[in-house]
Design a protein around this ligand. Structure first.
Ligand code: 13P
Length: 262
């Protein structure tokens, strides 16, 4: 883990209008210091309607947090009612885009092919994709977790240049652990993140696998973050619920400072 800078990302999902978003980011500005981000990169991923407001606050108050989006389309423009193009996000100083979150796949029918096109479109627009993968409970119980994740990672990275893969983030989020309060054990999370890294090595080579950052997501909280983050193949966290509250998100960001009691 030491060679890869950890990255902790807050996925706000469909929470916080732009007034609430400004308040939350301002609170994060008090909680997360320039010194903290020497050790850990921090991003927040608000709804589209908040991006411009937050961009302005981050810039004006010099808050050391990167701006992210939750989704985008793969086309640059056209008759795609309701969609947002990658270049529109890049213009708002968005640095990271979550691609293929399980909620996008399950609720909105995104396919592996869509996800692959989006990964490429995000890179083309000069941003970094956070490619999500993860198995359902049924798949885990049927012993198919590894195969599912391998297939998603291979499909998501198909045709992506090795150097671009190396700069990416992959988030392993077991679907059964999202919003349920059930976290994968640190050992299970590590084992699956090792599968992700091995798969990246297969498709993009050992150097890219060594450089790519892998997040764990699914009920990450201040109490379980230190153990998860101590695993050799876990380089960060993609945090849902606990990112909606400044104090809990800042405690996760500062996982390295937690004592055993937390
Ligand atoms: P929770 O942290 O609420 O389980 O959400 C995880 C997630 O889906 C982040 O993308």
């Amino acid at each position: 883990m030491a060679k890869r800078k950890p990255i902790i990302s807050g996925n706000w999902k469909m929470h916080n209008n732009h007034f609430e978003a400004i308040q939350l980011v301002q609170k994060l500005g008090y909680e997360i210091t320039v010194d903290d981000v020497e050790h850990v990169e921090v991003t927040v991923h608000p709804p589209f309607t908040d991006l411009r407001s937050i961009q302005t606050v981050i810039d004006a108050d010099r808050i050391p947090i990167g701006l992210g989006a939750q989704h985008c389309h793969f086309e640059e423009k056209g008759a795609f009612t309701g969609e947002v193009a990658p270049s529109m996000l890049a213009k708002l100083d968005v640095e990271y885009v979550i691609v293929g979150h399980s909620e996008r796949r399950e609720v909105f029918g995104e396919t592996d092919d869509d996800v692959n096109k989006k990964v490429k479109a995000v890179i083309k627009a000069g941003m970094t994709p956070i490619l999500c993968c993860g198995e359902t409970l049924d798949e885990r119980e049927a012993g198919q977790a590894e195969a599912k994740v391998e297939a998603q990672v291979k499909a998501g990275l198909a045709g992506v240049k090795k150097d671009d893969v190396a700069a990416m983030v992959v988030a392993y989020e077991p679907i059964w652990a999202i919003g349920t309060g059930k976290t994968a054990t640190a050992d299970d999370a590590q084992a699956m993140c090792a599968v992700v890294r091995a798969t990246v090595s297969e498709v993009a080579g050992a150097e890219a696998a060594d450089a790519v950052r892998i997040q764990y997501g699914g009920s990450v909280k201040p109490g379980n973050a230190p153990e998860l983050m101590s695993q050799p193949d876990i380089d960060g966290a993609l945090v849902g619920g606990a990112s909606l509250e400044a104090e809990s998100f800042a405690r996760i960001v500062n996982f390295r400072l937690a004592d055993a009691a937390s």
